[in-house]
Write a protein that binds this ligand. Structure first.
Ligand SMILES: [Zn+2]
Length: 109
């Protein structure tokens, strides 16, 4: 399961950086185009955090939508899925947002 390893590495990174501090809340940004399912991360989070300094921590997930820029018409548009197609008909687009998976903040107890 993809989300399990993703969640594991996020939790590992937090544990590594926060040391012995008890973590009360974690806020993640999971872009809509990241391919990661927030509900699965929520489920895995609890499992992965058990027995660590993150046990019982609250998990907030933000889901920024996809955004792309067209290299042909220079327009920017919202991208609801991973099919990069500009309203002008060009597929020569660059995805500028929505693929990120990152820790936005960590709250220490
Ligand atoms: Zn275009």
């Amino acid at each position: 399961m993809h989300e399990l390893s993703v969640t594991q590495s996020v939790v590992d990174a937090i544990v590594e950086r926060m040391g012995d501090a008890e973590v009360a809340a974690v806020c993640l940004e999971i872009g809509k185009l990241s391919g990661v399912v927030p509900d699965s991360v929520r489920f895995c989070f609890e499992v992965v955090c058990a027995g660590t300094t993150l046990e019982g921590a609250r998990l907030d997930i933000l889901e920024p939508g996809g955004q792309a820029r067209c290299r042909d018409c220079d327009g920017e548009f919202a991208l609801p899925d991973l099919i990069p197609l500009c309203p002008c008909g060009s597929a020569n687009v660059e995805i500028t947002a929505g693929r990120q998976l990152r820790i936005r903040s960590v709250e220490v107890a």
